[in-house]
Design a protein around this ligand. Structure first.
Ligand SMILES: *Cc1c(COP(=O)(O)O)cnc(C)c1O
Length: 493
């Protein structure tokens, strides 16, 4: 017996299990013309074992129901932090689907795709201008691959000076991809502590900086949504020790058009086009993580590079110091088109407004919730705000309960339990896309949930109530994934 008082939405089974022998999706009338000579039976398959037999309507309904289980940005508020889940203007999709782009085969000769090459060359220029860097590669398929590309260039640069060095310094608030990328490039990772404001502890950095440090990987604003206000001094300390500064630009939405990482002292940066410059993402969908460098590192950029030659744009691979290819052809081109359209549509002043509105929205959420939810860092908030479940603990309610209950109120939950340095973190990033009505509706739901925690915590423990499945055993799902469906043929003779 279930203790759940509210009936759940019907659970969508597998098509295989809905199969009824003999059912057909469609039938075709006999044509009344003689059949062509049939294919030799040894070349044809009689039956696919276990293949589901259903009517067309059943198949259509099955997939329509499944599609409705998927929550998307076009459906409602999607406040994941550290991920900038902003609205993707529909014009981007239209532009990316233009025949000249969508049907351009990557093996076409350069003369036939001059428009696409021009878009890439201009995109690199835009990004240089936006980030304050000297050169970009558009190849990496996501931020994580951008990090790996960037750190490989850092290694190549140090090697060219005679010593690749050994250590990558990373603040304890960093995204997990940072240490993973450093490790993949053969470096040992050392953590730098954050101070009580949530920023890099400059004294620890000064003490640790020495000749074995290859690079500091820094996210700015960091994953607490706090601007590293001593970034200038941080870069000076690292540079004075002969190290380089890698800036994780995933949070560029906080200051795009306002400030430039290159001016802050960064030597290498990645930008997540699928975050700052629209494009739907999530669930591992296609992304793009261009990497920008200052001039001394440009000779290590991946090949091929797009260059302006006498007769139009060309791919060039004759860069002897290049780290080589990091992606087939030239990266996820479709994402470049969307980002290009977004940048042109906004213009310089529009991009600045994006950042200003994103920061305003995050601060609005902060103001509405700060009396109700515990705010672990008092530092000024930029584009995202982090709360914790500390005020709810006394009712036995945790961050996960709040996140699951939000689904009943029609919202995608925010990022939970990240950054790791905040116990029970709730990380909310509204982005510039949301109007005040949606922000208020979300804040109202959050406040109502806090009240429920006080009055009826059981409702929260059993949440979500409005979905076909409640809580999953996430540990088992990760450790014992069921990836193969085996047809149950026991009912067949
Ligand atoms: C999203 C993110 C990354 C990784 O980028 P992907 O495009 O998801 O690979 C790295 N660092 C930070 C701070 C991020 O938010």
């Amino acid at each position: 017996m279930s203790a759940d008082p509210i009936p759940r939405m019907r659970r969508e089974g597998l098509l295989f299990d809905q199969s009824v022998p003999g059912k057909r999706g469609c039938g075709i009338q006999a044509a009344g013309v003689p059949e062509a000579r049939p294919l030799d039976a040894k070349f044809t398959r009689k039956e696919i074992e276990g293949f589901p037999e259903l009517s067309e309507r059943e198949v259509v309904r099955h997939f329509t129901r499944l599609s409705r289980l998927n929550y998307g940005n076009d459906q409602g508020f999607y406040p994941l932090g550290s991920c900038t889940m902003k609205y993707n203007p529909k014009v981007n999709e239209k532009v990316a689907r233009l025949d000249g782009f969508a049907e351009a085969h990557p093996l076409l000769p350069e003369e036939a795709v001059q428009g696409s090459l021009q878009l890439m060359a201009e995109m690199e220029k835009f990004l240089c201008e936006i980030a304050g860097m000297d050169a970009f590669t558009l190849q990496p398929a996501a931020g994580a691959q951008g990090e790996m590309t960037g750190i490989r260039m850092v290694r190549a640069c140090h090697e060219s000076r005679g010593n690749p060095r050994e250590v990558v310094l990373i603040p304890d608030s960093a995204h997990g991809t940072n240490p993973a990328s450093a490790h993949l490039c053969g470096y040992r990772v050392e953590e730098i502590a954050s101070d009580e404001r949530g920023c890099v502890d400059l004294a620890s950095l000064r003490k640790r900086m020495s000749e074995d440090v290859a690079v500091l990987m820094l996210t700015n604003p960091n994953t607490l949504g706090v601007f590293e206000h001593e970034i200038g001094e941080i870069c000076r300390v690292v540079h004075a020790g002969g190290g380089l500064v890698y800036l994780d630009g995933a949070n560029l939405n906080a200051f795009v058009g306002v400030a430039r990482p290159g001016d802050m002292g960064a030597d290498v940066i990645h930008i997540n086009l699928h975050k700052t410059f629209s494009t739907p993402h999530g669930g591992g969908g296609p992304g793009s993580g261009p990497v920008g460098v200052k001039e001394p590192l440009a000779r290590f950029l991946p090949v091929p590079r797009v260059v302006r030659a006498e007769k139009g744009y060309r791919f060039r691979s004759d860069f002897p110091d290049s780290i080589g290819r990091v992606h087939c052809f030239y990266g996820n081109f479709g994402i470049l088109i969307r980002a290009y359209a977004y940048i042109l549509a906004n213009g310089a002043d529009g991009l600045r407004e994006v950042a200003e509105t994103a920061v305003l929205n995050a601060n609005y959420i902060r103001k509405r919730l700060e009396g109700t939810y515990h705010l672990p860092y008092a530092s000024p908030t930029l584009h995202e705000v982090i709360f914790s479940d500390r005020n709810l603990e006394k009712h036995g309610v945790r961050t996960l309960d709040v996140a699951k209950r939000l689904m009943d109120y029609g919202f995608h939950p925010p990022t939970v339990y990240f950054p790791l340095i905040v116990k029970g973190a709730l990380m909310i990033e509204p982005t510039e896309s949301e109007g005040i009505q949606e922000l208020d509706a979300f804040a109202d739901a959050m406040i109502r949930i806090a009240k429920e925690a006080e009055e009826d915590p059981e409702v929260l423990h059993a949440a979500p109530h409005s979905t076909p499945i409640g809580r999953l055993d996430e540990a088992a799902a990760a450790r014992k994934p069921v990836l193969r469906w085996t047809p149950d043929l026991s009912h067949k003779p």
